[in-house]
Design a protein around this ligand. Structure first.
Ligand code: C2E
Ligand code: MG
Ligand code: MG
Ligand code: MG
Length: 278
């Protein structure tokens, strides 16, 4: 009886894998044209300055509005884009779209810095730096309006090259941020060499901050470490008022999370901004 049940479970499991593989193959085929045919859209999530109590920046987060499947989250297609060499096309699209939005907001008197996520693949492209600098100067965007968020892992895979490229960008005045801090394997020695302005504590340490004492210890010592290295800290994954207050009291400079706002389309974000008083 038991063996029979196991076999059935195995069959169901196998079928599941087949469906997933098939869907994945379809997505791979479709992604390239999705980038070209305008199926990607940017959502924006506010980054609240905890000392000013004011939203000074937003993070651009990409979604795929698939004609049949609806909205596909980035965790489902960014890895595919990385594997099939589409990350440069994707990041270029994101950067231009985010700059369009920045300029349109500026026209309306809304001044928000924009953060864009960069992947390891981008740093491997030797033309990436120059592309970023060209876009910024072609479109007359003040360079300090743009922040690039880079995950720890993207740096760890090839630290020498990453540090070299990041130094060039930093030299020109771009703001650089280490994303998902605490989940990768960067050493303190590497962290010290990175020309970054900002450290983003991963949401896994922040989501349960009020009930998890270990998380409090980790976040506290990360704040101290970052501050003694002269970096500002952003906490992502703030889901309740308690965490927001706790972080503000301990000198965390910025906060981001569902408690404030989920990522939303540009119009919804602005409506929220007006309503919330931030
Ligand atoms: P990330 O850059 O670390 O972005 C934060 C993610 O955490 C976002 O998920 C955001 O919606 C989510 N989040 C923010 N606050 C909370 C919270 O309070 N609770 C919970 N549970 N989640 C929260 P999203 O938008 O699904 O993006 C996932 C990841 O996909 C991003 O993580 C980033 O690594 C990647 N990604 C998104 N857009 C881009 C892009 O344009 N380029 C690249 N290279 N990667 C991107
Ligand atoms: Mg990010
Ligand atoms: Mg993050
Ligand atoms: Mg993340």
């Amino acid at each position: 009886q038991h063996a029979k049940k196991n076999k059935l479970e195995q069959q169901i499991y196998n079928q599941q894998i087949d469906v997933n593989t098939l869907e994945r193959l379809q997505l791979i085929n479709e992604l390239k044209s999705a980038i070209q045919h305008g199926e990607l859209v940017l959502f924006y999530q506010p980054k609240l300055d905890l000392t000013l109590n004011k939203v000074t920046h937003v993070e651009a987060l990409v979604r795929w509005l698939h004609p049949d499947r609806g909205m596909i989250p980035p965790d489902e297609f960014i890895p595919i884009a990385e594997q099939m060499g589409q990350m440069n096309a994707l990041t270029r699209w994101v950067m231009n779209e985010a700059i369009d939005q920045y300029l349109s907001w500026k026209d309306q008197g809304i001044d928000l810095g924009i953060a864009i996520n960069i992947s390891a693949e981008n740093l491997k492209d030797t033309n990436f730096c120059q592309y970023v600098l060209d876009v910024i100067s072609d479109r007359s965007v003040p360079i300090e309006a743009l922040t690039l968020e880079i995950t720890e892992d993207a740096v760890v895979s090839d630290p020498e090259n990453a540090i070299k490229q990041l130094r060039v960008l930093k030299q020109y005045g771009l703001k650089l941020s280490i994303d998902d801090y605490g989940t990768g394997y960067s050493s303190l020695a590497q962290l010290k060499q990175l020309p970054v302005d900002e450290l983003k504590i991963d949401k896994s340490f922040v989501q349960n901050l009020m009930v998890n004492l270990d998380d409090q210890i980790i976040v506290n010592s990360t704040l101290q470490l970052a501050h003694s290295l002269g970096l500002r800290v952003v906490a992502e994954g703030i889901e309740d008022e308690g965490a927001l207050k706790w972080l503000a009291e301990r000198g965390c400079e910025m906060g981001q999370g569902y408690y404030l706002s989920k990522p939303a389309d540009a119009d919804t974000l602005v409506a929220w901004l007006v309503n919330s008083g931030y």
